[in-house]
Ligand binder design. Structure first.
Ligand code: HEC
Ligand code: HEC
Ligand code: HEC
Length: 88
């Protein structure tokens, strides 16, 4: 029984390559990395490399271009300030 649990946990970590499932950015932006991995699938839509990692120059400019741009493209995900920024 215990062994099965361990295998499950390891599989979950391998899939997410050690990135947190939910990340907290400035001004109350919650980013669910896991949902994005599952729906977008192609890591290189957001990362320079398929294995992911820190995004160089991540901040307001990158975020607004990338996050809002892709939501418009998919016609899914928030595009209004307060839907991303839960605090000011
Ligand atoms: C919709 C965009 C998006 C997609 C798709 C995506 N990521 Fe990420 N990922 C991010 C963002 C944003 C960060 C945070 C970057 C930062 O803080 O510099 C991140 C961070 C990471 C990190 C580093 C975590 C840390 O704190 O060092 C890893 C590893 C990672 N992603 C792997 C992946 C892998 C593997 C995939 C594909 C299965 C993937 N990501 C898909 C946006 C995405
Ligand atoms: C490459 C495309 C892509 C990028 C880049 C992207 N998103 Fe999304 N996002 C999506 C899609 C597709 C959905 C809809 C997921 C669903 O409803 O199944 C979504 C949904 C969301 C949601 C609502 C679901 C949830 O997580 O509660 C939030 C909030 C969100 N995105 C925030 C962000 C932020 C913040 C960024 C930039 C750091 C970002 N997204 C970048 C494609 C993207
Ligand atoms: C799709 C989600 C999303 C939408 C919509 C969005 N933002 Fe952002 N915004 C972000 C993310 C992600 C960051 C980067 C936060 C970080 O660097 O940790 C950011 C950063 C910022 C910052 C800089 C915060 C700082 O302290 O560096 C300001 C100001 C800002 N946004 C204002 C706005 C305004 C005003 C709107 C509406 C016109 C808006 N945002 C719409 C996701 C979004």
């Amino acid at each position: 029984m215990k062994k099965i649990v361990v295998v499950f946990v390891l599989a979950a970590f391998a899939g997410s390559a050690l990135a947190a499932d939910v990340m907290q950015f400035k001004r109350g932006v919650k980013f669910n990395h896991k949902i994005h991995q599952d729906t977008v699938k192609d890591c290189t839509k957001c990362h320079a490399k398929a294995e992911g990692g820190k995004i160089e120059g991540f901040g307001k400019e990158y975020a607004h271009k990338s996050c809002k741009g892709c939501h418009a493209e998919f016609k899914k995900g928030p595009s209004i300030c307060k839907d991303c920024h839960k605090q000011s």
